[in-house]
Design a protein around this ligand. Structure first.
Ligand SMILES: *Cc1c(COP(=O)(O)O)cnc(C)c1O
Length: 381
């Protein structure tokens, strides 16, 4: 089955009771048993829920995995993955992980004796320098937030395999429509489904997908044992969102291309970060491992001041000033004061994350309206 067909059909069957074409919301906490131990595979809703089952199968199919395991948020999914480790184990991660991922690894798991090295992985050979007998995971994210750096997934897998390390990829920014890390040899893929998968800014959820039965068994155990499961209503909304994933992401990519080209031509703009540009550092790798360049665009202003960025951020009418990304509506954000506020200024500046850097999540509105909106805001500078 091709992607667009899987997005609509994988994992979902007409309801056996009524024939309802949409998977019902099984809003129940428990299931009646005929006799002790004699049941239809459902005992208690933390452990199993039919709406969640359908979603988990759908997610496994669209990531070309075998097993999907859902959690109540993206970070709950990452939390479950790190719980596969034990005290003393080490992680090698990219140095521009999502801020919440960095916080979870350092502030929460650091207390339980898990050590992490955050390094630049543009050259994956760097990984080997940090490997020792305790190293277990290589954790990456590509494209990254908000600089849209690209990491070569296959090259990271090759380097990690030399040391028998598991490779874990946060595929939130690309979505399964643009990139399937399991096909490139990654062991585990995870998502903040809150973003492109849900796509309508109305659900917070996470998911882990793998081809490995032994990893999946452990993750299902953690899902039930720790209990950070999503509710059936949210699973229903996620299934509904996934049915249009390919349409939404395709249009976002087309719109982002036009927006990036427009910004490049605007005299108030100094730099535009979008992996589709030939002069983007990761362009060649993006072209190789992604089906398109994504719906995220970051840009910097010639007048490098926070006060100028503020004018643009409060000057748009269609682009709403908000955190998050991946919804049908376009969003504008200021990484230095919003998502990356906890990172010391000197560290931010080193990677180009200036006070005037602006991040866009380009939605699926008419692109001419989006460009006009940005043009008006920039003309106020
Ligand atoms: C939002 C996000 C997360 C965290 O997911 P939540 O659903 O907010 O818990 C993780 N990684 C990336 C890249 C994100 O954008």
């Amino acid at each position: 089955m091709k992607f667009g067909t899987k997005a609509i059909h994988a994992g979902v069957k007409p309801d056996p009771v009524s024939g309802a074409i949409m998977t019902p919301i099984y809003q129940t906490s428990t299931y009646v048993q005929e006799a002790p131990g004699k049941h239809k595979g459902y005992e208690y809703a933390r452990t199993q829920n039919p709406t969640r089952d359908a979603l988990q199968k759908s997610l496994a199919a669209i990531e070309n995995g075998k097993y999907g395991i859902c959690f109540s948020s993206g970070l709950a999914a990452m939390d479950a993955i790190i719980k596969l480790l034990k005290s003393g184990d080490e992680i090698i991660a990219t140095n521009d992980l999502y801020g919440g991922s960095y916080r979870l690894i350092t502030k929460v798991f650091g207390q339980f004796g898990i050590k992490a090295h955050f390094i630049d992985m543009f050259d994956p050979c760097a990984i080997s320098k940090y490997v020792n007998k305790n190293t277990k995971f290589v954790m990456i994210e590509t494209p990254t937030n908000p600089m849209l750096n690209i990491i070569d997934i296959k090259a990271v897998v090759k380097e990690a395999n030399k040391h028998k390390l598991k490779v874990i990829v946060d595929n939130t920014f690309a979505s399964p429509y643009l990139q399937n890390p399991l096909d490139m040899g990654a062991d585990i893929v995870w998502h903040s489904c809150t973003k492109y998968l849900g796509g309508h800014s109305d659900v917070v959820m996470g998911a882990v997908i793998t081809k490995s039965k032994s990893l999946a068994d452990k993750l299902y155990f953690i899902q039930n044992a720790a209990g950070a499961v999503p509710g059936p209503q949210d699973c229903f909304l996620m299934l509904r969102g996934i049915k249009t994933l390919h349409l939404r992401v395709q249009r976002s990519c087309e719109n982002a291309k036009k927006v990036a080209e427009y910004l490049k031509s605007n005299k108030k703009v100094s730099k535009v970060y979008w992996p589709g540009f030939k002069d983007h550092k990761g362009h060649k790798i993006a072209k190789k491992q992604m089906n398109n360049y994504g719906g995220m665009v970051s840009f910097d202003l010639k007048n490098n001041k926070f006060s100028s960025a503020k004018k643009v951020l409060s000057g748009t009418k269609l682009f709403a000033l908000a955190e998050s990304l991946g919804g049908v509506e376009s969003l504008i954000g200021h990484p230095a004061s919003m998502t990356h506020a906890s990172i010391p200024k000197a560290d931010r500046m080193k990677v180009g994350l200036t006070d005037s850097l602006i991040r866009l999540s380009v939605g699926v509105e008419d692109v001419n309206d989006l460009i006009e909106d940005l043009g008006k805001a920039l003309s106020k500078l």
